[in-house]
Write a protein that binds this ligand. Structure first.
Ligand SMILES: NC(=O)c1ccc[n+]([C@@H]2O[C@H](COP(=O)([O-])OP(=O)(O)OC[C@H]3O[C@@H](n4cnc5c(N)ncnc54)[C@H](OP(=O)(O)O)[C@@H]3O)[C@@H](O)[C@H]2O)c1
Length: 222
């Protein structure tokens, strides 16, 4: 499948790299291609990473989205609506958008707060802003190394969730999750159920602090 991954941070790189390894044709979208390629800071050594992944192309947000059959939102939650606007409503229309972003507000320090919760969610905000796009919220409840390589946890099966209004879109995303190695995928229902998974973040963040590692996941035993 031709997939655009919007966002060149850790999540974007991990997801793009693994989808490409699985045989998908991946383009990453960024605000400014030249600036991203010139980045040298240790947190976002995009140049070094890109050199190791020559099969993945880098394009503007709009060009990446225009050429894709499926789009992944791996941008900062506070910037997601702006990034998707830059990607272009027309380039996202009719397509499945996997939304991994979390509505984290770091303005008051760590741990971050949620800038939307309870009665709304970032997933719903995106779905409302892009009504012709089929938004599926998933993978936002685990660290990116586990999103793309869930089997690395010795405990075996653990859980990911999907939320979205379009049943066919959730089925397609479920197939991609299976390709990534996820075996327990719970369909929570329509996009409003993203409130629940986004509100897991305050718990996830405290677990990270308590366990001292992000390599853990929720497992729903039933
Ligand atoms: N880190 C994890 O393991 C994890 C787990 C679950 C969910 N998430 C969520 O996944 C998303 C990506 O996380 P991350 O840690 O990879 O990176 P991040 O630092 O949260 O986001 C980086 C990306 O956001 C884009 N961005 C930042 N400000 C922007 C703006 N004003 N306009 C447009 N785009 C902007 C950047 O695009 P450019 O390429 O243009 O610089 C960059 O690629 C976040 O929403 C995060 O909450 C992360």
């Amino acid at each position: 499948m031709r997939i655009a991954v919007l966002g060149t941070g850790m999540v974007g790189r991990d997801v793009a790299g693994r989808l490409s390894e699985l045989g998908h044709d991946v383009t990453m979208g960024t605000r400014d291609v030249a600036a991203t390629l010139a980045r040298q800071d240790p947190d976002s050594q995009f140049t070094a990473w890109a050199a190791e992944h020559p099969q993945i192309t880098l394009a503007t947000l709009a060009d990446a989205a225009a050429g894709a059959e499926l789009v992944v939102n791996a941008t900062s939650g506070q910037a997601s609506l702006a990034a998707l606007e830059a990607a272009g409503k027309e380039n996202l229309a009719g397509k499945v958008l996997i939304d991994i972003a979390n509505p984290l507000d770091f303005s008051r320090g760590m741990p971050p707060a949620l800038f939307v919760s309870d009665t709304d969610s970032l997933g719903e905000q995106i779905q409302r802003a892009f009504p012709e796009t089929k938004v599926v919220k998933t993978l936002n409840t685990l660290t990116s190394a586990l999103m793309v390589n869930p089997r690395q946890l010795a405990d075996g099966e653990h859980t990911v969730f999907v939320s979205g209004d379009d049943t066919a879109a959730k089925k397609l995303v479920g197939e991609l999750l299976t390709e990534l190695g996820h075996t327990d995928v719970i369909d929570l229902g329509d996009i409003s159920t993203a409130r629940g998974t986004e509100m897991l973040l305050p718990v996830w963040l405290r677990l990270w602090g308590a366990l001292g590692t992000p390599i853990f996941n929720f497992k729903i035993v039933r």
